[in-house]
Each structure stands twice: as structure tokens, then as C-alpha cells.
Design a protein around this ligand. Sequence first.
Ligand code: SAM
Length: 335
Amino acid sequence: MHKNLEDIHGREVSYMRISVTDRCNLRCTYCAGEGLEFIPHPNILRYEEILELMGMARNLGVRKIRFTGGEPFVRKGFADFMVTAAERYGDLNLCVTTNATLIGDHVERLAAAGIKRVNISLDSLDPEKFKAITGRDHYAVVRENIDRCLAANMTLKINAVAMKGVNDDELGDFIEFARTHPVDFRFIEFMPVGLETGWDDSRVWTAAEILSEARPFAELVPVTAKGARRHGPARMYEIEGGLGRIGLISPYSDHFCSTCNRLRITSDGNLRTCLFSDKVYRLRPALRHPALGVEKVERIIRLAGRNKPIGNELLRKMRAADHGVCKTRMASIGG
Ligand code: SAM
């Protein structure tokens, strides 16, 4: 067993996000938009390759793996794959991020396999606005599937990208949703990722603004108690008398680099060490090379992990450059 992966800044790298596809059935304005070109199928990692990669990551000390996309459930056989992954790697914390349009029929089986931590993206509680943001009329099915997940005792985090002029008028409704549902409802600041997203810093609804604008709607009590479980990048708040909680994730205004422990694998097998970096480490050729195999792939992961950058610094440089945003869109990185 190797020593667990640690980067040059002393951060333990123990969390991997694996995108299983760059395809999605929604066209969220801030993420993918319309008119996309997708990665050709032969370049997408096969499920067996992803399972191999998971084993290598585990050898290096990765303890948590989140599957994402694109939309993971648009890939054929994804629910079966998750069940197989859970059987093979019962010691890993496996979870998934989804838009919840297609998870409905798989909920019970996933829960039975122990996959109970699901992050769901939901940027509006207004069906018309949902359609305007996502380009698709799927609000009702998403709400229904959230209820199905809750009925199966899944632990849900609902994530909304916080955008001025888009969903900032719904703050009271979002808080009411969290008050009446046992979920963590988290706001994620709109990030400058993807050239085609029309990102502009005047559209960033910051965590600090959300917190101050929330005051008329609810008393939010910070979850700071000693021994409280870690909440990843989110600052969490209890709602007085509520079932759920509110979370604020501030990758733009106050990036959480010092605690960042993640690596990302794109669906075509590129490893990325930071959302704000376009640098990639290519794993697919080594994974597919019969003579290179495990040792080479692990060496690349180790090298990449060691050199994980500080996103804040990259963000500052990127903002100073002409384009000002990370070039690759989130749908292909795997958000
Ligand atoms: N299809 C899945 C979903 O909808 O959750 C997984 C992929 S999606 C790219 C993952 C997350 O990235 C979502 O929560 C989405 O809202 C977020 N995201 C995409 N583009 C973003 C941006 N520019 N700023 C902030 N969050 C973004």
C-alpha cells in the first residue's frame, strides 16, 4: 500500500469526481448551452476502465468518488454500473450528481446497493423558468424524482447555481423549500467556466449577498458546532424550525482552496486538478496500453495530485487575462 496522496501544499487528495459522459439531456444556459459537439464514443472510458481507475485511485488513498457528467443517467447502463461499482468497492464512499430527470426508475435499486448520497441540480422552483434555464420542460419529473429519492431515504443535496437576474427573485421560495423538505439546499456561485456560458461578474450572486438577503425570510443559524461533520466546500445554516438546511458555496468570491481535496476525471480520461485550470493529464492512453497499465496510470495520478494548484491564484490570473474564463465548459469537465 502506498502512502496516501498529498499535494505540495500539504492537502490530502482523497476525493475523485469521475465524469461518465459529456452528454446531457438538458441545455442549461450557464453550463452547456445549445450547439454542442460531443466526444466521439471510442474516446469515452468504458465502464470496465472506470472500474480499474477507481481501484488505482483507491490504492492512492482516494476514499470518496462522485460520478457526474454531462448527465450520468443519459449513459446507457449507468445505474447497473453504479451497482457494480458499489459491489466491487464497498469501502469507498460512492455518490452521484444528477439533474434527476432520469433517476426515477433506478432509485430503489441504487438505495438497496447502498448508493444513498445524491446531489441534484435544481436552479428554479418555477416550471417556466426551469424551462428557460435548462431548455427543456422537465420540472415536474425532477420534483417527482426528488420525492422518490426522499421516500427511499436518500440523503439529498439540492444545488442551485445562484445567478443575478435569473433566480435571485426566488430566494424566499428556495428557503421555504428547505424549510419543508429534509434536504441541504445549496447555492453555488456562478463560476467563470466555459467560454460560451455568457458569464459576467455582474451576474454572480455572491454567497455574502445571499446570506444578507435571506434575513427577511428566515433566521439562519450557522452550523459550527465542534464535532459537526464536514460539509465539504459549503457553509451550512440551520433554518429555525425547518426540516432542511441552507448551504452557501463560494468558489468565486471566497474559494475554498485550502481544503480542496479533489481530482476530476473527464469522460475521455483526462485528469484535471482544478476547475480553474485548463491543464490536463491524459490517462486514457496509459489505461488502454497493455504494457503500461496500472503502474503508469498510478504514476500520472500521483504526479498530477502532487502538483494540484491553488485555484485562487489561477482565478486571479484568469480574470486578468483577455477571455477571463476557463475555456472548457463544465459539461465536459464534469462539474
Ligand atoms: N448533469 C448533472 C447535474 O445536473 O447535476 C451533473 C453535471 S453538472 C455539470 C454538475 C454541476 O455543475 C451542477 O450542479 C451545475 O449546476 C454546476 N455548474 C455547471 N456550470 C456551472 C457554472 N458555470 N457555475 C457554477 N456551477 C455550474
